[in-house]
Design a binder for this molecule. Sequence first.
Ligand SMILES: NC(=O)C1=CN([C@@H]2O[C@H](COP(=O)(O)OP(=O)(O)OC[C@H]3O[C@@H](n4cnc5c(N)ncnc54)[C@H](O)[C@@H]3O)[C@@H](O)[C@H]2O)C=CC1
Ligand SMILES: O=C(CO)COP(=O)(O)O
Length: 374
Amino acid sequence: MAPPPAAQGMSSSLRKSKVTVVGSGNWGSVASRLIASNTLRLDSFHDEVRMWVYEEKLPSGEKLTDVINRENENVKYLPGFKLGKNVIADPDLEHAVADSDMLVFVTPHQFVEGICKRLVGKVGKDVEAISLIKGMEVKKEGPCMISSLISEQLGINCCVLMGANIASEIAEGKFSEATVGYRQNRVIAEKWVQLFTTPYFSVSPVQDVEGVELCGTLKNVVAIAAGFVDGLEMGNNTKAAIMRIGLREMKAFSKLLFPSVKDTTFFESCGVADLITTCLGGRNRKVAEAFAKSGGKRSFDELEAEMLQGQKLQGVSTARELYEVLSHREWLELFPLFTTVHEISTGRLPPGAIVEYSEHKPNFSLVQGSALYA
Ligand SMILES: NC(=O)C1=CN([C@@H]2O[C@H](COP(=O)(O)OP(=O)(O)OC[C@H]3O[C@@H](n4cnc5c(N)ncnc54)[C@H](O)[C@@H]3O)[C@@H](O)[C@H]2O)C=CC1
Ligand SMILES: O=C(CO)COP(=O)(O)O
């Protein structure tokens, strides 16, 4: 008879686990740095951390991977911070994950499916994964969370880590919290907590993968709305109103999609705290502010390329994906803020519509018997 999940976790924890980080952007680099400080300290992990790099040429003509391995620094996505000598950058995806027991996925969400396709059959079934990726995919069958995509394509378990985690602040060692969402195996969740926790990075496990991941995903759409408000100089009260309405839509949408999502998850770092930090200091907010200042005349793609130097926004594409789900299920009227963000981002409405539209009360009767907005 197979041992119970807890016992499986115990026996695997006796071996040293090898960790690979799949992704090397701004958060990917900071996550690698956090992890590498812990694998050196903790006996249960191999010291070396592999970091898969989507290879690119720098203006100097050198390959990014070569420079990272020479300087021990991701000069493009996290300049000014050493990663730790035990971080090895690897441009070969299949090689980077070979022999790893623990995979940390941290790329912009639009690239995950392609990455997973390349990894099918290359990852053992007992490998554990965690996704730090905020976003979702929309399939014919409906929305698919990134952790499910990883799990289904690779046939492995996948937890999530989300939270109020602006990467540059964590790189500077400023105190932050994060939430690990897990499905059943608490032992595995604790192992991820151990791998990420430092004196300035406090991680708590919550048994609610979908709730944690939807919080991280949906707050990026609210941050776009907050950026519009900033660009139009509407003030703090309006921004707070947008955040409140946004949080309410986040909770309602999450529970419609997954009734198992817990109310308490919205009070964890992944919930209200991430919403606040992203609406105050995130990239989605910043670019949306510039979009509104331009009166919607400059496109998000253009502003992203100009302002973020290779870093990627997730909020605009998530708003589009969300809109697809909402219109397919005839839920558009239930989620006026989410809907309006997409309509403004695509130029169908002017930035000022963010307030005119999102203050409308949703039509509760559309969801029969639901106490979603109670
Ligand atoms: N940066 C932050 O403060 C935080 C980011 N996140 C989330 O982490 C995830 C990853 O974001 P970051 O690490 O910040 O990335 P980033 O936005 O800084 O960098 C973009 C990354 O995408 C890579 N890339 C470009 N084209 C690619 C392709 N065709 N295939 C694969 N990779 C490609 C680039 O090489 C680079 O590593 C996102 O879902 C984001 O929402 C979560 C918390 C904080
Ligand atoms: O997710 C984040 C903070 O937790 C980062 O948000 P941005 O992508 O808007 O910078």
